[in-house]
Design a protein around this ligand. Structure first.
Ligand code: NDP
Ligand code: GDR
Length: 326
């Protein structure tokens, strides 16, 4: 049975990746940071019905000794570093914490892998946010980076340390430059889930308005279930590499709102308002990924469209709020 250690296992991607690896016959271990709110820990794993199938090990990305102990205990063949302070907006309010967790945390993990199990394959969760102020209309593995937030700067450090350890120490370390991916398990603060949750509350008469930030930004949105498959495929290759994972289609926040409200028979123009509180100090206006390399080398393609995903998310949020109304 292959063994995998996942940091960020309680997040959206950690949950779906755990599910995928369990289906493939892996023994799955997750690094779990201590929380005083124990009831919310593992909520996503519970949603997928796999909370008892994964094994948790106490640890924090900022405490390398805990990562070393986890690796010594698990002796994994594969390590997926998905843990991060991942909300871009928060990275302006907590820039140093974001650097400690998202940049140095990743360095802690790859260094701990080098020290304890250098033969293990390593995946780093890199981000399209690294392209920021885009330098090419369609962003690929060769497009220059231009980060626009403390989060993106931190991710760039983590990306380059992954490349550097691959080149310096011959490690099987890959970086997946993933564009936005969403699901019913997406955190409520991110724009798609905020909108589908808002649609559900408005539909059920729990709210009338949905205050939003910049509606003109466009993103290349895919489904998390498709994207965790790409992570796994990267670690199955003979040689490590970097891959853009995207759909090749970009859609505005406004259009995504239209699709989400329409899925519940509503018109977004009757409910969406603009609120400066949700604007960012620096915006990433457009992201559009070129997944050609992932398709050619990994045989990866997205299966779920934006419209299908948003409909699934609206349904899930309606069900959540209906259950709370009972
Ligand atoms: P989430 O925000 O849902 O999950 C983040 C995870 O990191 C959680 O499990 C969280 O634990 C954990 N974490 C945060 N701080 C620490 C810490 N100090 N020590 C240990 N664990 C910690 O992110 P996603 O699942 O959406 O994304 C997974 C990764 O992929 C992240 O690195 C993100 O930056 C990156 N990414 C995401 C994209 C997306 O569109 N979803 C696109 C590109 C990259 P807890 O539950 O305790 O808070
Ligand atoms: P992003 O995701 O910053 O792209 O990072 P988010 O969903 O937060 O924002 C996407 C775009 O929507 C605009 N927007 C709003 N965003 C939020 N959250 N709330 C609003 O009310 C709102 N109104 C408009 C934003 O300005 C932005 O342009 C996500 C995270 O998962 C990162 O961790 C990951 O690396 C990148 O995707 C790829």
């Amino acid at each position: 049975m292959p063994r995998a250690l996942i940091t960020g296992i309680t997040g959206q991607d950690g949950a779906y990746l755990s599910q995928l690896l369990l289906e493939k016959g892996y023994e799955v271990f997750g690094l779990l940071r201590r929380s005083a709110s124990a009831e919310v820990m593992g909520e996503r794993l519970r949603w997928l019905g796999i909370q008892d199938a994964v094994r948790m090990i106490d640890g924090d990305l900022m405490d390398m000794s805990s990562i070393i102990r986890a690796l010594q205990q698990v002796k994994p063949e594969e390590v997926y570093n998905l843990g991060a302070q991942s909300f871009v907006r928060t990275s302006w309010d907590q820039p140093l914490l974001t650097g400690h967790v998202t940049a140095i945390g990743a360095h802690n993990v790859i260094e701990a892998v080098r020290l304890t199990c250098p033969g293990a394959r390593f995946y780093q969760a890199s981000s399209s946010e690294m392209f920021g102020k885009i330098q090419e209309e369609m962003q690929s593995e060769t497009t220059p980076f231009y980060p626009r937030s403390p989060y993106a700067v931190a991710k760039l450090y983590a990306h380059w340390i992954t490349v550097n350890y691959r080149e310096s120490f011959g490690m099987h370390a890959s970086s997946g430059i993933l564009f936005n991916h969403e699901s019913p398990l997406r955190g409520i603060e991110f724009v798609t889930r905020k909108v589908t949750d808002g649609v559900a509350r408005i539909k059920l008469g729990l709210a009338k308005e949905l205050p939003m930030g910049n509606l003109e930004a466009t993103r290349d949105w895919g489904h998390a279930k498709d994207y965790v498959r790409a992570m796994w495929l990267m670690l199955q290759q003979d040689t490590p590499d970097d891959y853009v994972v995207a759909t090749g289609r970009t859609v505005s926040v406004r259009e995504m709102c239209r699709v989400a409200f329409a899925a519940a028979g509503l018109d977004y123009r009757d409910h969406v308002t603009q609120d400066p509180r949700f604007m960012r100090p620096a915006e990433v206006d457009v992201l559009l990924g070129d997944p050609a390399k992932a398709k050619a080398k990994l045989g990866w393609e997205p299966k779920i469209t934006l419209e299908e995903m948003i409909a699934e998310m609206v349904e899930a949020d309606l069900a959540r709020h209906r259950a709370r109304l009972l």
